[in-house]
Ligand binder design. Structure first.
Ligand code: FES
Length: 107
């Protein structure tokens, strides 16, 4: 438990491949995990435009492109970068714990 939320086990680090978004569910949270080099990121997996799964999209550097209408978000900040998306996505803190990745979700 932190001021921001609670840490949850999310995935094996070995399950996360460079450039391949990985979708998981923790409780009612739909989360997309990403690996860029040796850095890991987590965002909501639901596009803010029309609810497509971002884990089905294409990761280009630190930008995820939605598979439905090609809107883009910055996975580091959640910022909506290109039309038709206008609303940012939620991002979540992550940390490595041994060979696992943990994500901090709101309580
Ligand atoms: Fe993602 Fe439309 S559903 S851009």
């Amino acid at each position: 438990m932190t001021d921001q939320g609670t840490w949850h086990d999310a995935a094996a680090l070995s399950a996360l491949s460079e450039g391949e978004p990985y979708g998981i569910e923790i409780g009612h949270h739909h989360i997309a995990l990403y690996r860029v080099g040796n850095e890991y990121y987590a965002t909501s997996n639901i596009c803010t435009h029309a609810e497509a799964l971002l884990s089905d999209g294409m990761l280009d550097g630190c930008e995820i492109e939605c598979p439905l209408h090609m809107g883009r978000f910055d996975i580091r900040t959640g910022e909506a970068l290109s039309s038709p998306v206008e609303i940012d996505i939620q991002t979540y803190p992550v940390r490595a714990a041994g060979d696992r990745l943990e994500v901090c979700l709101p309580a």
